[in-house]
Ligand binder design. Structure first.
Ligand code: UDP
Ligand code: MG
Length: 330
């Protein structure tokens, strides 16, 4: 008789040892870094004990150096030398945070994957609670949103509010104005994010598009621990544009609807002209000029919008890589 029959002593031992050998949960934290040498040491020292406090969990970091011109890469290499849990990917130039997050996700292999900023604005103290939500409470995503905008530039807050209003009205996805990239996800969520192959990546829209059962964690806006924000107004505007054009076709319909409106106005105007034979004192030159300017502007705006979409189609068709890796220890 084979000794692995159910109920035999050997099989019970085999069973219990299989139980004991239950694989450890694995988690990787993706940290995009662009000129963060002022804060990296602080980040590593603050996040490491938090990860250790998770207990029986195999954690590691995936730092993505997004073409920094300071000592970021050097610091990351020194972390990797003393700590085998530190992995890094270094880009050949600055490709942007979206590309850095994508590189991290593509190179991740753990059951759970987190994303957080290097500047400690994403409170590491939230990680244990977030981790519990995806490991024990049946959620697929634990995501953070800020409950206030303390310490943020007034103009930035105003523009960002406007952006979310417009984006939520025009696009097919709903984005919470406070939602951050700070989150922990199950592997299946990562795979679904990676299945979205677009090059113009607007990750906040992608997170919302893929869905999944999400638990939200509100936290107060923290000031950057050190260094400066890496977002210029221009970068933010481009980001907003990418967000709306990437998830909405409504701007393409603008020429159609404004065309309909102007035709209607023109028609009514013609009717009024014919019926009333236009009162003698009205200067038709000004009228014609203003209508011309208005229509000309409208046509240019419409062409511009179409141009933006074509530019994006062009980028997608060229199929260029979203980032280029210079070196990595993965
Ligand atoms: N970041 C990046 N590439 C960039 C810009 C920013 O990897 O081109 C990283 C940056 O190092 C930080 C995170 O993205 O870890 C958020 O950037 P930042 O704190 O400057 O943005 P803010 O918090 O001001 O919106
Ligand atoms: Mg920041």
């Amino acid at each position: 008789m084979k000794n692995d029959c159910p109920g035999t002593k050997d099989s019970r031992i085999a069973h219990s040892s299989r139980k004991a050998a239950k694989p450890m949960k694995t988690i990787e934290l993706i940290v995009p870094c662009f000129n963060e040498s002022d804060v990296l040491e602080m980040f590593y020292n603050e996040v490491t004990p938090v990860m250790q406090s998770l207990g029986n969990v195999d954690y590691s970091f995936i730092f993505v150096n997004d073409g920094s011109s300071d000592n970021t890469l050097k610091i990351l290499k020194s972390f990797a030398e003393k700590d085998s849990r530190v992995k890094y990917i270094s880009f050949s130039r600055n490709f942007g945070k979206e590309a850095a997050m994508l590189a991290g996700l593509k190179n991740s292999t753990a059951d759970f994957v987190g994303i957080l900023d290097a500047d400690l604005q994403h409170s590491p103290a939230l990680i244990p609670e977030m981790f519990r939500a995806v490991t024990e409470e049946g959620f697929d995503v634990a995501a953070a949103k800020r409950s206030d905008r303390k310490g943020e530039n007034g103009l930035k807050s105003f523009l960002s509010d406007m952006f979310y209003k417009v984006a939520n009205r025009l696009t097919e996805v709903e984005i919470d104005p406070g939602a951050q990239d700070f989150r922990i996800m199950k592997r299946k969520v990562v795979l679904s994010i990676l299945s979205m192959a677009e090059h113009n990546r607007f990750t906040k829209g992608i997170f919302s598009f893929v869905g999944f059962k999400t638990k939200w964690f509100s936290h107060e806006n923290r000031e950057r621990a050190a260094g400066n924000t890496k977002w210029s107004l221009f970068k933010l505007l481009r980001y907003a544009f990418d967000g709306i054009l990437g998830f909405s076709n409504s701007p393409l319909r603008l020429p159609l609807w404004s065309g309909v409106l102007f035709s209607a106005v023109g028609f009514v105007y013609l009717l009024v002209y014919i019926i009333g034979n236009l009162s003698a004192g009205m200067s038709s030159v000004h009228l014609v000029l203003s209508v011309l300017l208005l229509l000309g502007g409208l046509i240019l705006v419409s062409l511009g919008i179409i141009g933006e979409y074509i530019a994006r189609i062009y980028t997608e068709v060229k199929n260029r890589p979203v980032y280029i890796i210079d070196e990595t220890n993965i």
